[in-house]
Design a protein around this ligand. Sequence first.
Ligand SMILES: [Zn+2]
Length: 70
Amino acid sequence: MQIEKMIAKKDRTISCPICQKSVAKTFRPFCSKRCADVDLSRWLNGHYAIPVTEEDGGIPTPFADGEGDK
Ligand SMILES: [Zn+2]
């Protein structure tokens, strides 16, 4: 079973695709649940068109309104 050996070897050197830290078995291929969640949200955002309800006032103003000028 050479293939199994190769896979096992590959697993050992794998690092978290989010933060490059060493991977925990529990959260493979991620180092932690946090990174798994990050990747999951990225994946979901990229592959599914989730209807997002935009909230008013949630967008930051790109420029100042002249306030604070003297
Ligand atoms: Zn990580």
